[in-house]
Design a protein around this ligand. Sequence first.
Ligand code: GLN
Length: 308
Amino acid sequence: KNNTTDINVTTLASILEKNKHYHKEGTVADYIPELGKVDPTAISFAIVNSDGKLISVGDRNHKFTMQSVSKIIALMLAVMENGEETVFEKIGYYGTDRPFNHFANLETMGKPLNPMMNAGAILTTSMISGKEDEPFVKILEMIRYITNNPSITYSQAVYQSEKETGHRNRGMFYLMKNTGAITGSEDQLDNYFRQCSIELTAEDLAKIGYFFANECSRYDGDKKYKNNALAKLILSQMLVAGMYEFSGEYARTVGLPSKSGVGGGIVVSVPHGMGIGVFSPALDSHGNSLAGYHMILDLAKKYDLSIF
Ligand code: GLN
Protein backbone atom coordinates (compact mmCIF):
# COMPACT_ATOMS: atom_id res chain seq x y z
CA LYS A 1 0.00 0.00 0.00
CA ASN A 2 1.19 3.50 -0.79
CA ASN A 3 1.57 6.06 1.95
CA THR A 4 -1.53 8.26 1.90
CA THR A 5 -0.31 10.85 4.38
CA ASP A 6 1.46 12.68 1.55
CA ILE A 7 -1.84 13.37 -0.24
CA ASN A 8 -2.17 17.15 -0.38
CA VAL A 9 -4.15 19.87 -2.11
CA THR A 10 -1.98 19.54 -5.22
CA THR A 11 -2.69 15.82 -5.50
CA LEU A 12 -6.44 16.37 -5.30
CA ALA A 13 -6.40 19.44 -7.56
CA SER A 14 -4.60 17.61 -10.37
CA ILE A 15 -7.05 14.69 -10.21
CA LEU A 16 -9.97 17.13 -10.24
CA GLU A 17 -8.59 19.05 -13.23
CA LYS A 18 -8.04 15.83 -15.16
CA ASN A 19 -11.60 14.64 -14.66
CA LYS A 20 -13.81 17.71 -14.57
CA HIS A 21 -14.61 17.40 -18.30
CA TYR A 22 -16.70 14.31 -17.50
CA HIS A 23 -19.63 16.52 -16.59
CA LYS A 24 -20.17 16.91 -20.34
CA GLU A 25 -20.73 13.18 -20.77
CA GLY A 26 -23.20 12.82 -17.93
CA THR A 27 -26.68 14.16 -17.26
CA VAL A 28 -28.03 15.95 -14.23
CA ALA A 29 -30.97 14.08 -12.64
CA ASP A 30 -34.15 15.88 -13.63
CA TYR A 31 -36.79 13.30 -12.73
CA ILE A 32 -36.95 15.34 -9.52
CA PRO A 33 -37.62 18.73 -11.23
CA GLU A 34 -35.82 20.78 -8.60
CA LEU A 35 -32.61 18.74 -9.10
CA GLY A 36 -32.60 19.61 -12.80
CA LYS A 37 -31.81 23.23 -11.85
CA VAL A 38 -28.35 22.61 -10.40
CA ASP A 39 -25.15 23.89 -12.03
CA PRO A 40 -23.68 20.90 -13.94
CA THR A 41 -20.15 22.35 -13.85
CA ALA A 42 -19.84 22.55 -10.06
CA ILE A 43 -17.29 20.04 -8.78
CA SER A 44 -15.54 19.31 -5.48
CA PHE A 45 -13.21 16.69 -4.04
CA ALA A 46 -12.42 16.22 -0.34
CA ILE A 47 -10.68 13.72 1.89
CA VAL A 48 -10.30 13.25 5.61
CA ASN A 49 -7.00 11.48 5.94
CA SER A 50 -6.33 8.60 8.35
CA ASP A 51 -5.03 11.14 10.87
CA GLY A 52 -8.32 13.08 10.73
CA LYS A 53 -6.97 15.91 8.58
CA LEU A 54 -9.41 17.49 6.10
CA ILE A 55 -8.14 18.42 2.63
CA SER A 56 -10.42 19.73 -0.11
CA VAL A 57 -10.37 21.36 -3.54
CA GLY A 58 -12.82 22.75 -6.08
CA ASP A 59 -16.19 24.19 -5.12
CA ARG A 60 -15.67 23.06 -1.57
CA ASN A 61 -18.44 25.23 -0.08
CA HIS A 62 -20.95 24.21 -2.74
CA LYS A 63 -23.94 22.47 -1.17
CA PHE A 64 -25.93 19.70 -2.82
CA THR A 65 -28.60 17.31 -1.64
CA MET A 66 -27.27 14.06 -0.27
CA GLN A 67 -30.08 11.93 -1.75
CA SER A 68 -29.31 8.21 -1.43
CA VAL A 69 -26.20 8.79 0.68
CA SER A 70 -28.72 9.35 3.50
CA LYS A 71 -29.63 5.65 3.24
CA ILE A 72 -26.53 4.58 5.17
CA ILE A 73 -27.49 6.85 8.08
CA ALA A 74 -31.08 5.52 8.06
CA LEU A 75 -29.69 1.97 8.07
CA MET A 76 -27.40 2.86 10.95
CA LEU A 77 -30.26 4.23 13.08
CA ALA A 78 -32.64 1.39 12.18
CA VAL A 79 -30.02 -1.16 13.29
CA MET A 80 -29.13 0.79 16.45
CA GLU A 81 -32.78 0.84 17.48
CA ASN A 82 -33.99 -2.58 16.31
CA GLY A 83 -30.89 -4.77 16.06
CA GLU A 84 -29.39 -6.30 12.94
CA GLU A 85 -31.57 -9.42 12.96
CA THR A 86 -34.89 -7.62 13.09
CA VAL A 87 -33.86 -5.28 10.29
CA PHE A 88 -32.75 -8.10 8.00
CA GLU A 89 -35.85 -10.16 8.67
CA LYS A 90 -37.69 -7.43 6.80
CA ILE A 91 -35.06 -6.46 4.21
CA GLY A 92 -32.84 -8.57 1.99
CA TYR A 93 -29.08 -8.42 1.81
CA TYR A 94 -28.77 -8.95 -1.93
CA GLY A 95 -26.77 -7.24 -4.59
CA THR A 96 -28.80 -6.28 -7.62
CA ASP A 97 -28.74 -5.76 -11.36
CA ARG A 98 -31.76 -3.46 -11.10
CA PRO A 99 -31.84 0.35 -10.88
CA PHE A 100 -32.26 2.04 -7.49
CA ASN A 101 -35.96 2.74 -7.98
CA HIS A 102 -36.89 -0.77 -9.12
CA PHE A 103 -39.72 -2.64 -7.41
CA ALA A 104 -37.68 -5.87 -7.77
CA ASN A 105 -39.24 -8.67 -5.71
CA LEU A 106 -41.22 -6.35 -3.49
CA GLU A 107 -44.52 -7.78 -4.63
CA THR A 108 -43.61 -11.46 -4.85
CA MET A 109 -41.53 -11.66 -1.66
CA GLY A 110 -42.79 -8.57 0.14
CA LYS A 111 -39.18 -7.80 0.92
CA PRO A 112 -36.96 -5.06 -0.55
CA LEU A 113 -33.73 -6.43 -2.06
CA ASN A 114 -31.45 -4.36 0.16
CA PRO A 115 -31.38 -1.14 2.22
CA MET A 116 -29.54 0.82 -0.49
CA MET A 117 -32.35 0.72 -3.02
CA ASN A 118 -35.28 3.07 -2.51
CA ALA A 119 -37.73 0.45 -1.25
CA GLY A 120 -35.30 -0.82 1.39
CA ALA A 121 -34.42 2.71 2.47
CA ILE A 122 -38.07 3.72 2.78
CA LEU A 123 -38.44 0.69 5.05
CA THR A 124 -35.35 1.37 7.22
CA THR A 125 -36.52 4.96 7.74
CA SER A 126 -39.94 3.67 8.80
CA MET A 127 -38.19 1.47 11.41
CA ILE A 128 -36.73 4.49 13.20
CA SER A 129 -38.98 5.32 16.15
CA GLY A 130 -40.76 8.61 16.71
CA LYS A 131 -43.87 10.40 15.55
CA GLU A 132 -44.27 12.67 12.52
CA ASP A 133 -40.87 14.06 11.53
CA GLU A 134 -38.95 12.78 14.58
CA PRO A 135 -37.23 9.93 12.68
CA PHE A 136 -36.03 12.47 10.10
CA VAL A 137 -34.75 14.77 12.86
CA LYS A 138 -32.77 11.82 14.26
CA ILE A 139 -31.17 11.27 10.85
CA LEU A 140 -30.37 14.98 10.53
CA GLU A 141 -28.92 15.14 14.04
CA MET A 142 -26.73 12.10 13.38
CA ILE A 143 -25.36 13.74 10.23
CA ARG A 144 -24.72 16.95 12.14
CA TYR A 145 -22.90 14.93 14.79
CA ILE A 146 -20.76 12.92 12.34
CA THR A 147 -19.76 16.04 10.41
CA ASN A 148 -19.55 18.18 13.55
CA ASN A 149 -21.52 20.67 11.48
CA PRO A 150 -24.69 21.89 13.23
CA SER A 151 -25.55 24.20 10.32
CA ILE A 152 -26.58 21.29 8.07
CA THR A 153 -30.26 21.40 7.15
CA TYR A 154 -32.51 20.30 4.31
CA SER A 155 -33.81 21.96 1.16
CA GLN A 156 -37.53 22.69 1.37
CA ALA A 157 -37.67 23.12 -2.41
CA VAL A 158 -36.12 19.72 -3.17
CA TYR A 159 -38.25 18.07 -0.49
CA GLN A 160 -41.45 19.51 -2.01
CA SER A 161 -40.31 18.52 -5.48
CA GLU A 162 -39.66 14.92 -4.38
CA LYS A 163 -42.93 14.72 -2.51
CA GLU A 164 -44.89 15.96 -5.51
CA THR A 165 -43.23 13.73 -8.10
CA GLY A 166 -42.16 10.65 -6.09
CA HIS A 167 -44.96 8.42 -7.35
CA ARG A 168 -42.80 5.30 -7.66
CA ASN A 169 -41.59 5.74 -4.10
CA ARG A 170 -45.18 6.21 -2.97
CA GLY A 171 -46.09 3.01 -4.82
CA MET A 172 -43.36 1.10 -2.97
CA PHE A 173 -44.48 2.57 0.33
CA TYR A 174 -48.05 1.34 -0.22
CA LEU A 175 -46.94 -2.11 -1.38
CA MET A 176 -45.05 -2.44 1.89
CA LYS A 177 -48.08 -1.23 3.80
CA ASN A 178 -50.03 -3.92 2.00
CA THR A 179 -47.64 -6.64 3.20
CA GLY A 180 -47.59 -5.19 6.70
CA ALA A 181 -43.87 -4.37 6.55
CA ILE A 182 -44.86 -0.73 7.09
CA THR A 183 -47.71 0.15 9.42
CA GLY A 184 -47.41 3.93 9.83
CA SER A 185 -48.84 6.87 7.90
CA GLU A 186 -47.41 8.73 4.92
CA ASP A 187 -45.40 10.82 7.39
CA GLN A 188 -42.89 7.99 7.16
CA LEU A 189 -42.53 8.44 3.42
CA ASP A 190 -42.17 12.20 3.96
CA ASN A 191 -39.25 11.47 6.26
CA TYR A 192 -37.55 9.58 3.42
CA PHE A 193 -38.11 12.53 1.05
CA ARG A 194 -36.75 14.93 3.67
CA GLN A 195 -33.62 12.88 4.38
CA CYS A 196 -32.87 12.82 0.62
CA SER A 197 -33.12 16.63 0.62
CA ILE A 198 -30.48 17.22 3.30
CA GLU A 199 -27.85 19.60 1.91
CA LEU A 200 -24.15 19.25 2.57
CA THR A 201 -20.71 19.61 0.96
CA ALA A 202 -18.04 17.19 -0.27
CA GLU A 203 -16.15 17.94 2.96
CA ASP A 204 -19.14 16.73 4.99
CA LEU A 205 -19.24 13.57 2.88
CA ALA A 206 -15.54 12.93 3.50
CA LYS A 207 -16.22 13.12 7.25
CA ILE A 208 -19.07 10.62 6.90
CA GLY A 209 -16.74 8.34 4.92
CA TYR A 210 -14.14 8.60 7.66
CA PHE A 211 -16.72 7.78 10.35
CA PHE A 212 -17.72 4.44 8.83
CA ALA A 213 -14.13 3.64 7.85
CA ASN A 214 -13.09 3.99 11.49
CA GLU A 215 -15.57 1.97 13.53
CA CYS A 216 -18.04 4.86 13.83
CA SER A 217 -15.57 7.20 15.47
CA ARG A 218 -15.52 10.81 14.39
CA TYR A 219 -12.67 12.49 12.49
CA ASP A 220 -11.80 14.63 15.52
CA GLY A 221 -11.43 11.55 17.75
CA ASP A 222 -14.86 11.68 19.43
CA LYS A 223 -15.95 8.09 20.13
CA LYS A 224 -19.53 8.56 21.40
CA TYR A 225 -20.98 6.12 18.84
CA LYS A 226 -17.95 3.85 18.41
CA ASN A 227 -19.24 0.49 17.19
CA ASN A 228 -17.08 -1.78 15.07
CA ALA A 229 -19.83 -4.31 14.28
CA LEU A 230 -22.18 -1.59 13.05
CA ALA A 231 -19.48 0.02 10.90
CA LYS A 232 -18.69 -3.35 9.31
CA LEU A 233 -22.35 -3.93 8.53
CA ILE A 234 -22.71 -0.53 6.84
CA LEU A 235 -19.45 -0.93 4.89
CA SER A 236 -20.44 -4.38 3.64
CA GLN A 237 -23.78 -3.07 2.40
CA MET A 238 -22.07 -0.12 0.70
CA LEU A 239 -19.74 -2.54 -1.06
CA VAL A 240 -22.52 -4.88 -2.19
CA ALA A 241 -25.14 -2.33 -3.22
CA GLY A 242 -23.96 1.24 -2.61
CA MET A 243 -23.52 1.98 -6.31
CA TYR A 244 -26.70 0.09 -7.32
CA GLU A 245 -26.36 -2.17 -10.36
CA PHE A 246 -22.87 -0.74 -10.98
CA SER A 247 -21.65 -2.06 -7.60
CA GLY A 248 -19.95 -5.16 -9.03
CA GLU A 249 -18.00 -3.27 -11.66
CA TYR A 250 -17.20 -0.59 -9.10
CA ALA A 251 -15.86 -3.23 -6.69
CA ARG A 252 -13.64 -4.53 -9.49
CA THR A 253 -12.30 -1.13 -10.57
CA VAL A 254 -12.26 0.89 -7.30
CA GLY A 255 -12.72 -1.81 -4.64
CA LEU A 256 -13.93 0.43 -1.80
CA PRO A 257 -17.23 0.63 0.13
CA SER A 258 -19.04 3.64 -1.36
CA LYS A 259 -22.47 5.20 -1.55
CA SER A 260 -23.74 7.49 -4.27
CA GLY A 261 -26.72 9.80 -4.51
CA VAL A 262 -28.49 11.31 -7.54
CA GLY A 263 -27.57 14.77 -6.23
CA GLY A 264 -24.08 13.98 -7.54
CA GLY A 265 -22.32 13.12 -4.30
CA ILE A 266 -20.40 9.92 -3.53
CA VAL A 267 -19.06 8.98 -0.11
CA VAL A 268 -16.18 6.48 0.13
CA SER A 269 -14.68 4.69 3.14
CA VAL A 270 -11.19 3.23 3.09
CA PRO A 271 -11.50 0.74 5.98
CA HIS A 272 -9.32 1.91 8.89
CA GLY A 273 -8.12 4.75 6.73
CA MET A 274 -9.42 7.84 5.01
CA GLY A 275 -12.85 9.08 4.08
CA ILE A 276 -13.46 10.54 0.62
CA GLY A 277 -16.25 12.86 -0.55
CA VAL A 278 -16.77 13.85 -4.17
CA PHE A 279 -19.38 15.94 -5.93
CA SER A 280 -20.27 16.56 -9.57
CA PRO A 281 -23.96 16.47 -10.50
CA ALA A 282 -23.77 14.99 -13.99
CA LEU A 283 -24.62 11.30 -13.65
CA ASP A 284 -24.04 8.11 -15.61
CA SER A 285 -26.91 5.84 -16.63
CA HIS A 286 -26.98 4.19 -13.19
CA GLY A 287 -27.39 7.47 -11.32
CA ASN A 288 -23.79 7.72 -10.11
CA SER A 289 -21.69 10.89 -10.51
CA LEU A 290 -19.51 10.40 -13.58
CA ALA A 291 -16.69 12.83 -12.76
CA GLY A 292 -16.99 11.76 -9.11
CA TYR A 293 -16.42 8.14 -10.05
CA HIS A 294 -13.37 9.01 -12.13
CA MET A 295 -11.83 11.13 -9.37
CA ILE A 296 -12.26 8.26 -6.89
CA LEU A 297 -10.88 5.78 -9.42
CA ASP A 298 -7.74 7.86 -10.02
CA LEU A 299 -7.07 8.35 -6.30
CA ALA A 300 -7.71 4.67 -5.56
CA LYS A 301 -5.32 3.58 -8.33
CA LYS A 302 -2.60 6.05 -7.43
CA TYR A 303 -2.54 4.96 -3.79
CA ASP A 304 -3.62 1.34 -4.26
CA LEU A 305 -6.60 1.89 -1.96
CA SER A 306 -8.64 -1.15 -3.05
CA ILE A 307 -9.46 -3.47 -0.17
CA PHE A 308 -8.62 -6.45 -2.36
N1 GLN B 1 -34.56 10.84 -3.67
C1 GLN B 1 -34.12 9.94 -4.69
C2 GLN B 1 -35.25 9.00 -5.06
O1 GLN B 1 -35.94 8.60 -4.18
C3 GLN B 1 -32.92 9.17 -4.20
C4 GLN B 1 -32.39 8.24 -5.25
C5 GLN B 1 -30.89 8.22 -5.34
O2 GLN B 1 -30.16 9.08 -4.87
N2 GLN B 1 -30.41 7.22 -6.03
O3 GLN B 1 -35.48 8.69 -6.19
